[in-house]
Design a binder for this molecule. Structure first.
Ligand code: AP5
Ligand code: MG
Ligand code: ZN
Length: 216
């Protein structure tokens, strides 16, 4: 199964992708995570992407398409993939169709996580993750059970993303509406889109996604 998760910054793509990995044995491919790893490692790719990311702009299509092609090939035995934050432009969606076609696969389902812009700013500015295992948390909506300790791995260090300021979130939202939202029409034309209400709590969104995936 190839599942594409579409949603604005803070919609819950990463949160739901992690849960789907655990529940369905699919592999999450997050271009945002891959680019952040490249920035942290100081590679040439990271150098090209870092400045754009800090300003909330998309990085060039060819960079992320190359990353996805590598990961598809590195995980040949996977049961399927959850694409989190990719594709993000019509050009990326067309390139993905070509990549999958040569590998005998196709996008099976697209889930759009719908959230109001105002709620997203609260979600993003309250977000933090475990520095050891990457588990995601939120100051208000998902605190560790024991303050200062990761539920999943017991780690005690947490980090926040440099692009999670209110100002940068506004540019990321702009990029989403201008460049990524048209994908809903692209996949809708192929009858692959289900929209879920991302304003509900994390569990409820997960249930709605499950229903969307199991529906014929
Ligand atoms: P990327 O890393 O993909 O960021 P994004 O799309 O802006 O989305 P986020 O990761 O911020 O949000 P999310 O939907 O994963 O939400 P989360 O689950 O964390 O991209 C970053 C940058 O990289 C881009 O700006 C661009 O520069 C570049 N890039 C990446 N991919 C690219 C591509 N394909 N092409 C070009 N450039 C690319 O949830 C957010 C918070 O809310 C968390 O704290 C969570 O606990 C909480 N939360 C989640 N769900 C709920 C809920 N239902 N109720 C309450 N709280 C919730
Ligand atoms: Mg994410
Ligand atoms: Zn952890």
């Amino acid at each position: 199964m190839i599942l594409v998760l579409i949603g604005p910054p803070g919609a819950g793509k990463g949160t739901q992708a992690k849960r789907l990995e655990d529940l369905r044995g699919l592999v999450q491919l997050s271009t945002g995570d891959m680019l952040r790893a490249a920035v942290a490692a100081g590679t040439e790719l990271g150098r090209q992407a870092g400045d754009l990311m800090e300003h909330g702009q998309l990085v060039p299509d060819d960079l992320v398409i190359g990353l996805i092609a590598e990961r598809l090939d590195a995980n040949k035995d996977a049961k399927g993939f959850i694409l989190d934050g990719f594709p993000r432009t019509i050009g990326q969606a067309e390139a993905l169709d070509r990549l999958l076609e040569t590998r005998g696969a196709q996008v099976d389902r697209t889930v759009v996580i719908d959230v109001d812009d105002d709620a997203l700013v609260v979600r993003i500015t309250g977000r933090f993750t475990c520095a050891t295992c990457g588990e995601g948390y939120h100051d208000l909506f998902k605190k560790p059970k024991e303050e200062g300790t990761c539920d999943k791995c017991g780690g005690t260090e947490f980090k926040r993303r440099p692009d999670d300021t209110e100002e940068v979130v506004r540019s990321r939202l702009k990029a989403y509406h201008a460049q990524t939202e048209p994908l809903v029409g692209y996949y809708g034309g192929q009858d692959k889109v289900r929209t879920v209400n991302g304003m509900a709590d994390i569990e409820a969104v997960q249930k709605e996604i499950d229903l969307a995936l199991d529906a014929a």
